[in-house]
Every structure is written in C-alpha cells, then in structure tokens.
Design a protein around this ligand. Structure first.
Ligand SMILES: Cc1ncc(COP(=O)(O)O)c(C=O)c1O
Length: 439
C-alpha cells in the first residue's frame, strides 16, 4: 500500500499538530471499517477514540455510506437561505424526536465550533429580543473546550488556545473547573466531591449583577481537557442558579451527544434541562461535517414575536447541507436499528472494569470513567514539558496498532459505541503493555 504515501507533506498546515514532529514520523490512515483503521503500511489500528469522538456507529457503516452516495447523485447542494430542501426539515423533526421533544427547534451549522458561536449569539439576541439587552456577559468555565471560534475560545478555559489571539470577547467570566484528584481519584461515574463549585456562579452574579449575564456554557463532561466528570449534583445546582437569575444554560454536547454516556445526550444522563444544546460529530457519525444547536421552544418564540422579516441574521452557506442531512438521517436510523445506545449500555460494566484494571500500572495517578469514556491520568515526566509522557504513550500505542488520544498527560478513550468485549480486551491488553514499557 506504499504507493498511497504523499509525495510531499510540506503544504498541509496540520491543525492542533506538532507539524515538524509529525512530518518527520508520519502516521497516515488510508481506510477504515467497523472498529479499525488501516494505515498506509497495511497495519490494522484499533480505534479507541471513535476518530475524534465522532463515529458512534463504527466506520464505513453501510447504511450511512449508501445514504450519502445516493444524496450526492440527487441533490449535491441546495441553499437554506430563503428556500430549503425536504431532508433538512425531515432531519429537524427526527432530531427533535431523538431529544424526546425536550427541544423545539434545531439550527444547523457545520462544526462544533460554529454551533457554539451560534448558541452564544442566539443567547445575546434572545435577551435583546425580550427587552433585556443589558444581558451581554457570557460565562464559561476553566478547562472548558468550546471549539476555536472567537466566541468559543473566549468562553473556553484552555490557556494555549486563547493566549495568542487577544483581545477576545469582552465581558466574559469563568467558573472554576471541577477537577480534583486529591478528593475524587479513581471515580466511577460522578465523583462525590465538588457540587459546591456551582455556587461560584453566585459570586460571579454578585460581582457583575444578573441583569448583565446572558448565558452560562459548560460541557456536561469536559472531554478535550482530559475527561473531567461533574461532581454529583453539580449540574443540577448550576441549572437552579441559572433559572433563579434568568440566565440561559447552554450544554455543549459536541462529544457527549449521541450516546456517549449510554443515553441519547448527557442532559438525559444527568436529568438536567439546558435551554440550548450544541452538538456535532456523532450527529452524522462523522461522515459529513455538521453541527447543530437545539433550542427550547420559548427561545424560538421570542424571535418570532419580532416585526415581520428575517428573525435571526445568522447562518452558514452549508447550514443543512444535503449530504450532511442524508448522513444524519441515516445515522439516526442506524441508532435505532442497530441499538447503538443499548449496545453501549450493555458494554458499560465490562468497559469500566477493564479501564480500572489499569490501576497500579507505572505512572498511572488517576482513572475516571463515565459511559464509554475514560480518562487515564499519568504523572508528568520530571523536568520535561507537561504532556511528554502521554504523547510518548500515544506514539507507542499507534505503533502497536491502537489509537488513543492524549491531552496534557491524560489519555482519553472514547471508542465507537459498537465496541464488543473482544475489542475491549484487545484495547486494554495493548494499552497495559504500552504503560508497562513507558519511561
Ligand atoms: C465540547 C466541544 N465543543 C466544541 C468542539 C469543537 O468542535 P469542532 O472541532 O467540530 O469545531 C469540540 C471538539 O472537540 C468539543 O469537544
């Protein structure tokens, strides 16, 4: 398969990548099916991360592939400004059904980042439409990841993602993160300690006044900064405080949506009702880029009360792209027919026990799990920049036929939800060997 190797790698400026290191020792994927990638040398690589958290139904899912093929031959592109196509409306109905009609409308974007910026803009415009235009502040959280748009990095809480790009949005504040290994190490599902950290919103309200705050945005489970699981009661408390102060609560479910926690969404898992939800990735099984914002009916209604004309001056050329709609409709069907969430739930105990069996291996200082997600935190290498040890594990694992993801010195696992016991055995057999042989 060597003939598919690119002649040169100099022109592609790779995202979130150490370009020089990668180009010196590339990892090239050329095909994918089910639970496995194949690399350019023909090696099979078990996908422990669903690509980038985005392939719940497994790779090359035949029904989804066929739906996209069919749509591209039928309707390659159609605008959704002042016109539409049936699949965009059909999908919206199906998505609302998938949320159990807890939301009223869906606005389409092309990525999680766009979904986040869309939700933030909607929150500001919603308050203005209701005559509360003073509500302009947005509250995020430390260690939050909300994509890479200016809105997303402003409410996000990752230093390197913000550092070079100021000035960011004004009027943004951050809740503290909830990660605490001293109190919560080796937790399964929600850890015990830390619900009181939601009360920090009261401090922020006291400082700025509720009449200036539009929305709070959090990931129900923070993924990109290393699987930070909310303490018991934390999200419910946040909901109560937002309601008390007339602040919209946005859940960024770009990674927790579509079955990751063994429920359709994290809001189902935690039984908390946000006002808006952002999602992407699994919505099309990762096959065609698509993101979305789900909004409660009252939010949409506030816009429909305004004078006749365009109600929201916002949208993307590719909002509701026919191929994305076809992929998403097929994904929802596969979720039902193949019982994707039920399979994830059936694997939960086996998965959780397998992850926690790594306790005691060299360098492991914490393991945390929720749904089919795991964070395995390693001690950093003394005298080296943070992340060096986990990145070495990532490279070793890839060479041994296993795809993991790392952030800092944390390994994050989030396999396709079609995973079976034999894959779980393979994954943790390989990962244990990597950890045992790590400097
Ligand atoms: C919680 C969350 N929000 C937003 C994003 C950004 O999504 P995208 O990369 O599709 O823009 C991500 C990506 O991983 C995410 O995890």
């Amino acid at each position: 398969m060597n003939e598919t190797r690119p002649e040169s790698m100099s022109s592609f400026w790779m995202p979130f990548t150490n370009n020089r290191d990668f180009k010196a020792n590339p990892r090239l994927l050329v095909s994918a099916e089910g639970m496995y990638y194949k690399d350019v040398d023909g090696n099979s690589i078990l996908d422990g991360t669903a690509g980038l958290w985005c392939v719940p139904c497994g790779h090359a899912q035949p029904k989804i592939v066929a739906a996209v093929r069919e749509m591209v031959g039928q309707l390659d592109f159609a605008p959704t400004f002042q016109m539409g196509h049936p699949a965009a409306f059909d999908l919206a109905e199906k998505l609302m059904e998938y949320t159990n009609h807890r939301f009223g409308q869906v606005f389409y974007t092309n990525s999680g980042s766009e979904a986040v910026d869309t939700a933030l803009k909607m929150a500001l415009a919603y308050h203005r439409a209701r005559g509360e235009g003073s509500r302009t502040r947005l509250i995020g959280r430390e260690r939050g990841y909300h994509g890479v748009g200016f809105g997303g990095i402003s409410v996000g809480g990752i230093g390197p993602n913000r550092r070079s790009y100021g000035p960011l949005l004004p009027g943004v504040d951050h809740l503290p993160h909830t990660h605490n290994i001293e109190k919560n190490a080796y937790s399964r599902a929600e850890p015990e300690y830390g619900a009181h950290l939601a009360d920090e919103l009261e401090r922020i309200v006291a400082l700025h006044d509720a009449s200036t705050i539009a929305a709070v945005i959090v990931e129900p489970v923070a993924g990109s900064t290393g699987v930070l699981i909310p303490p018991k009661g934390y999200l419910k408390r946040l909901r109560e405080l937002c309601t008390k102060h007339g602040i919209l609560l946005i859940f960024d479910e770009v990674i927790t949506g579509f079955g990751r926690l063994t429920t359709p969404f994290a809001f189902d898992y935690f039984d908390v009702e946000p006002d808006m939800v952002t999602c992407a990735k699994g919505i099309t099984n990762g096959v065609v880029p698509m993101g979305a914002v789900f909004s409660k009916q009252h939010i949409y209604d506030a816009f429909m009360d305004c004078p006749a004309g365009i109600e929201l001056f916002h949208g993307y050329t590719y909002s509701g792209h026919p191929l994305a709609c076809a992929a998403s409709l097929a994904t929802l069907e596969v979720f039902k027919e193949q019982q994707i969430i039920e399979n994830a739930a059936a694997m939960l105990d086996y998965w959780t026990d397998a992850v926690h069996s790594l306790k005691g291996l060299p360098h492991v200082i914490d393991i945390r799990t929720i749904g089919l997600v795991a964070g395995i935190e390693l001690a950093p290498i003394a005298g080296k920049p943070p992340g060096a040890r986990a990145f070495a594990a990532f490279k070793k694992a890839f060479a041994d036929g296993l795809l993991i993801r790392t952030t800092g010195d944390i390994i994050a696992l989030s396999p396709p939800l079609v995973i079976e016991k034999k894959h779980i055995d393979e994954l943790f057999g390989k990962l244990a060997a990597v950890l045992k042989n790590l400097d």
